[in-house]
Every structure is written in C-alpha cells, then in structure tokens.
Design a protein around this ligand. Structure first.
Ligand code: HEM
Length: 485
C-alpha cells in the first residue's frame, strides 16, 4: 500500500481518496469502535487480575491478626509485619486483620489513584472508637461536604503567613528550656522533651493556655483519648476505651468553660480560638458550631503532638549518626544566627533561608515515616468494594528506584525535584495534613537552636523501637546530653 502511494501522483491520490471516501470512513469508525471495546476488555481483565493480589487471608475474621499484633508488640515495630509479607509475596500483597481484608499499595501510581479519588472512590474507614474519642465532627470522621467546609474554616491560622507569631513564641519557649537543660548538664530524653514542647506550643497557639498544671492535666487526658482511638469500643472500667471516653468528657468540659469565659468577655487573648469565636455573627456556612470547634481543637492537638515530637526525635538520632550532614546544617544555621541581633527570636524570613535545614527535615520525614501507611476503604474500584487499601508511604519512601541508597540519610538528595506522589509524609489530596506548615517550622526552629548553640552526645545508642506504638519511636526516646558550642 505504502509503495503504491509513493508511485501515485498527488492528483491520482486525491482521486482515489474521493473514490474510496466511504470505505475509508467505515474503516475508521470500525477501528475506533474496536479499540474502544478492546481497551475496555483489557481494563476488565487487568482489574480481575489485580483482584488476585498475592497474600494470605487465613482463617475467617482472624486472618493474620495474631502476627500483626505480635509485630506491633515487638521492638521491631508493626511495619515488620508488612516487610515480612512483602518478602514472601512481592510488593503488592493482601492480608486479613481483625476481619478486614487489607491491600498494601506500594507504588506512586497507586498513591495517586487513591489520593486523587479520596472521598469519591475511597474513604477513611469509619472506626467507632475513633469517632467516640475525637468526636463525630472531627476532620478525621466527618463526611465529604462537612469536611470541605470545616477544613476551609480551620485552614487559615495554619497557613505559612499566619504562623509568624507561633514561630516567635515557640522559639522563645525552646530557648529557655534548652538553656535550663544545658545548665543542669544532665541527660534528658529528647522524645519526652519534644512531646512537652509540641503540646505546650500547640495549646498556647490554639487557646493561650500557659499554666503548667492545667497543661499537664489536659495532656494526660489527650493521651488517654489518643490511646482509645484504636481500641475495642466496650465501655468496661479499666479498658483503654473507657479511660479515653472519660478523658474526653474532662477535656470537653475544660474547653467549654474556656469558651464560656471568652463569650462573657472575661478573657479575649489573640489566638486560634478567639479567631473562630469572632465569626459567630456570620451565616452558618461561614463558621463552626460549638461541637465542630470542640472536636477539632481536640483533633488538632492529638494529630499534631505525637507526630511532630517523633519526627524531632528522629532528626536528632539521624544527625548524630551522620556528622557530615550535622556539620553542614550547623554551618547554615550559624550563618543565619550571626546575622541577627543577640537574643532575637527567629522570624519566618529566617526560616525561609534554611534551605539545607528544609532538606534535613524532608530526609528525616522520608526515613522516619512517622505515619507508616494511610488507610482507606475502597468503594468498589479495581480493588474489591469494602477492602481496605493502605497507601504504603514507607515502601514508597524506601523504593531504591525513587531514592537511590534509601537507607542512607542524605538530605542533599532533595536538591532534585521529587516525582509526584513519591514524597508523601503529610499525605496528599483533600486530606493533606492540616498542620504541614506548623510541623515544618517547629522542626526547623528546633534544629536551628540545637545546632547553632549546642553539640550533643546520644547517651543510649539502642535502635530498638517502642512496643505497641503505631508511630515508630525509639524505645529509649533518645536520651542526650547538651554542651554549649
Ligand atoms: C511531622 C509531623 C506531622 C506528620 C508527619 C503528619 C502527617 C499527617 C498525614 C500523613 C495526614 C493525612 C493522613 C491520611 O491521609 O490518612 C495528616 C492529617 C492531619 N494532620 Fe498531620 N502530621 C503532622 C503534624 C500535624 C500537626 C502539627 C497538626 C496540627 C494542626 C496536624 C493536624 C492534622 C489534621 C487535623 C489532619 C487531618 C486532615 C484532614 O483529614 O483533612 N498534623 N497528618
């Protein structure tokens, strides 16, 4: 045919086209229809194939629950359960835990499909204990429409522009506490220190709470609520669920009293709560009602404290093991410090100059995987309806094709742009972490003060992980001793 065309003159070719016009048209329609049906059939075949994801479902309900619990209960951490199955079955695998089928999704393509179809094809599984603990109006539990509205109303105080006040207050508090620890010259546990710091800073930013005994009381209650989020919802005294529900009642009471004092005009400090209460005269769509406000205050404290504190702890550990990165970070931070008056607090402009510091934060988050995977439930897609899909952020962050030598702590790898969905410590899509900017600035301020003013020695090098924790944390909490530079 091709050779025939080359021998035909232009006029002859046009003549043939006119002559065979009808046949060509029919052939084109036929090719189009055939391609459409073939591609549809292929998609059906490949989706059935994906339904045959390797893995063991084991006994009905029980499945592999015992192995999961024993990994959670070991110092290797619950991700060891995933690691072992991946060795046995390959990257994609399915398993059954507590009666539910879970598929672990290890690829950026899978992450993209789920994140960009969040709420439509996938949703967070409804967990009764979670809704009972943090409240039904929490961002973690509400349906799509409410989620969009609540998130829009909560977001502004967490934007980079609004965090200037938070940066200064956090920096001041941190400097005082580090100075005290340095003067005492005693070993202290970084994790405990960071848990307290992040909690106090968050309560200050949200509700201007500074009284230490009140802070410790709320912290104890929030820890109980957090522990109840993934427990069996039986109201039996002595259980984690029971303690969590009781603790929730106490916290809610404290928050309600605070709101009442603001409404009566006895108190009006400038903070997150006040900015929300000032919207009271607005129409219903433009403000949060009391239960939405209360549930989300609790949610933000719980979602922000343990995650940020664990990431801060890992940054100390990783920098201790990688002196070159520590020295380079110290150089950058000291040059920022030298350009500021003595005793001045950090500002968002200083933060924006921390280019290597930001890469240290990213590399810490990549390697520590504070949230190991992000769970969703399929609403009927290639994966069967009702199955749980877990976007395996840990597997993606350790994929050697995306991150060469993934076990090496190398902040400079972030000199290059990342592929979409390959760096997801804060998730992606409509449920991206609300506190992403807050977490980043908290870590940067911490790293600035730690490296530009101190050196430290780690007093316990044991790398084993805390048992029964869903967030990977060192069992030792990383004790260190500070020395001034
Ligand atoms: C290093 C620290 C942090 C990490 C690694 C982290 C990680 C994440 C991730 C991965 C998600 C999405 C989970 C999913 O898609 O299933 C999330 C959601 C969330 N985070 Fe964070 N987070 C951190 C700090 C914070 C802080 C400081 C806050 C304080 C406001 C916060 C508040 C939230 C909230 C409210 C959500 C739910 C958002 C929604 O569903 O719309 N997080 N976080």
């Amino acid at each position: 045919m091709l050779s025939l065309i080359t021998y035909l003159s232009k006029e002859e070719l046009l003549l043939h086209l006119q002559y065979y016009y009808y046949d060509i048209f029919i052939a084109a329609v036929f090719i189009f229809v055939a391609t459409y049906f073939l591609s549809k059939a292929w998609r059906r075949i490949s989706s059935t194939e994906r339904a045959h994801i390797p893995g063991r479902l084991g006994l009905p309900f029980l499945g592999e629950t015992i192995s999961f619990l024993s990994a959670t209960n070991s110092t290797k951490g619950c991700y060891d359960f995933v690691r072992l199955r991946r060795l046995r079955h390959g990257k994609w695998f399915k398993t059954r835990i507590f009666g539910k089928t879970h598929v672990f999704v290890p690829s950026i393509e899978g992450a993209k499909t789920i994140f960009s179809n969040d709420f439509a094809q996938f949703n967070k599984g409804y967990v009764k204990s979670m809704a009972d603990a943090v409240g039904e109006k929490s961002l973690l539990c509400v349906p799509h429409e409410s989620h969009k509205r609540i998130r829009r109303l909560l977001s502004d105080p967490f934007s980079m522009n609004s965090l200037s006040d938070f940066v200064q207050k956090f920096d001041k508090m941190l400097c005082q506490r580090l100075k005290k620890l340095e003067e005492e010259r005693k070993s202290f546990v970084v994790l405990d220190f960071c848990m307290k710091m992040t909690f106090d800073a968050m309560c200050n930013m949200l509700m201007s709470i500074t009284d230490d005994s009140l802070l410790r009381k709320i912290e104890k209650d929030c820890t109980d609520v957090s522990n109840a989020m993934l427990s069996f919802p039986f109201m039996i005294p002595g259980t984690r669920y029971y303690r969590g529900i009781k603790a929730r009642e106490h916290v809610m009471e404290t928050f309600r009293e605070m709101i009442a004092r603001r409404r009566s005009g006895t108190e009006a400090p400038e903070d997150f709560l006040q900015s929300m209460l000032e919207k009271e005269s607005l129409p219903p769509g433009e403000k949060l009602d009391d239960s939405e406000l209360l549930d989300n205050l609790l949610t933000m404290i719980i979602a922000g404290q343990t995650t940020t504190a664990a990431a801060m702890m890992w940054s100390v550990k990783f920098l201790d093991e990688n002196r070159e990165a520590q020295d380079r970070l110290r150089e950058e931070q000291m040059s920022i410090a030298r350009n500021k008056p003595v005793g001045a607090s950090l500002t968002p402009e200083d933060i924006s100059k921390m280019s290597y510091g930001s890469k240290v934060v990213k590399e810490t988050l990549r390697m520590s995987n504070v949230l190991l995977w992000f769970p969703r439930v399929a609403r009927g897609y290639a994966i069967r309806k009702g199955w749980h899909v877990n976007i395996d952020a840990t597997c993606i962050h350790y994929d050697p094709d995306l991150y060469p030598q993934p076990l090496q702590f190398n902040p400079s790898r972030f000199d290059e742009m990342q592929k979409p969905y390959s760096f997801i410590p804060f998730g992606a899509g409509p449920r991206t972490c609300l506190g992403i900017n807050m977490a980043k600035v908290t870590m940067l301020v911490f790293l600035h003060r730690l490296t530009s003013e101190y050196k430290w020695t780690v007093d316990d090098l044991d790398g084993s992980l805390e048992k029964k924790a869903h967030i990977p944390r060192l069992r030792s909490g990383c004790p260190i001793t500070l020395r001034p530079l």
